[in-house]
Design a binder for this molecule. Structure first.
Ligand code: FE2
Length: 386
């Protein structure tokens, strides 16, 4: 009979809840150094994250154990939850209270947290932000009068079907604000599963291997109650077909056009300067003209600091005007110089993800997980305004 201790587990959901409460465990990440460099659990307090690769425990158990702080709750993390279970067991045998992160970083990357965005009852709608925390991807569900629309869904489409069902709403439309490069869209699959229309602009979807309805500037997308008005705005720059959705002149779902403290990178089509010019016009001729109290709801964030106290990633346009450094570069020349000098390297996998999002290749389950490892790299690397 084995005398090894039973290993406690912590689920990604529990870990996120502890983080939001300000009481997360100490994280011991036992993946290899390169995996750790590429992707970590973010938003932890200082001195709460340590990388000691699993193989190091095999080579020098006592040396590794000595590096793990005593007297703290520890959560051990690896890619899938296997080698971390071994290390958690080892720590437990040595008197350290350790739990294994169930499913590892893959499960962390699949954690979806749903937040209701406050809205006045008179608007006649419920708006949900679904935060895929590990990848910093945001999607949305808008519900009104028994109908619902999904915007920028991740590939785990069951999540959206369950959420709509919990709201006693029928999904009637799926929209992608643009052709995503960092993650696999659930849009076409969700539309197919439910027999509902999938929308994306033609400029981004040319060559797609599935049916879609293009979005034209100024389209009005009907939803449930007649008091809800969703207007599409063509906001090119991150991609030529990028579209933002203006909901009741109060919320602007910007996709990857405008983030809380950055903008969508304009270089993913290898036409950085041309697309950056489009983005300049989008931001300064179009978005900037909207009222200050419009709430910007983006499709991504780059850091936990972009999250409000209530856990929602959003900012008003007025606040963005003051704090997002992009709005301080007022001339096109200043804007181009600033943005083009701050473009991070493009992950090579993005090419493949775009092809998959057009239905031109199909990734099996294992390949899909691999393609989506790591946080999004969709933003230009702008420094926050102080
Ligand atoms: Fe994007």
């Amino acid at each position: 009979m084995s005398d090894s201790p039973v290993i406690d587990e912590i689920t990604p959901d529990e870990l996120y809840r502890d983080m939001r409460r300000g009481n997360p465990p100490y994280i011991l990440d036992v993946r290899n150094e390169d995996e750790f460099a590429n992707w970590v659990i973010e938003g932890l307090p200082a001195d709460s994250l340590l990388n000691i690769p699993y193989f190091a425990f095999l080579e020098d158990e006592h040396g590794c154990l000595a590096r793990v702080p005593r007297g703290r709750d520890v959560a051990v993390v690896c890619a899938k939850g296997g080698s971390s279970a071994f290390v958690a067991s080892l720590l437990t045998q040595h008197g350290i209270r350790a739990r294994n992160l169930q499913g590892g970083m893959i499960a962390w990357g699949d954690l979806h947290v749903t937040m209701r965005v406050p809205s006045p009852p008179a608007l006649g709608l419920s708006l949900f932000q679904i935060n895929r925390v590990g990848k910093r991807c945001l999607s949305y569900l808008i519900v009104s009068n028994g109908e619902a629309q999904v915007i920028d869904p991740a590939r785990h489409i069951d999540w959206y079907m369950s959420l709509a069902q919990a709201q006693q709403a029928q999904l009637t439309r799926v929209i992608d604000t643009h052709l995503h490069a960092d993650h696999l869209s659930g849009g076409p699959a969700l539309a197919r599963a439910l027999g509902i229309p999938y929308h994306i602009r033609l400029d981004d979807a040319a060559g797609a291997q599935f049916p879609y309805h293009s979005l034209a500037d100024g389209d009005r997308l009907a939803l449930g109650s007649s008091v809800v008005e969703i207007i599409t705005l063509h906001t090119p720059g991150h991609t030529p077909g990028s579209t933002s959705l203006l909901v009741n002149e109060r919320y602007l779902l910007t996709g990857d056009t405008l983030f809380v403290s950055s903008i969508g990178r304009p270089d993913l089509g290898d036409k950085a300067e041309e697309w950056a010019q489009l983005l300049y016009r989008t931001l300064f001729d179009r978005i900037v003209g909207l009222p200050d109290d419009v709430l910007i709801l983006p499709a991504h964030y780059s850091a936990v600091g972009e999250m409000r106290q209530d856990g929602i990633v959003a900012t008003t346009l007025g606040e963005a005007r003051q704090k997002n450094p992009v709005f301080q570069r007022r001339t096109e020349q200043q804007f181009l110089e600033y943005v083009l000098a701050r473009l991070p390297a493009q992950p090579p996998i993005y090419q493949e993800i775009r092809r998959a999002n057009l239905g031109r290749i199909v990734l099996d389950a294992e390949h899909a997980i691999e393609a989506e490892l790591g946080p999004n790299q969709c933003a230009a690397a702008l420094s926050p305004q102080v």
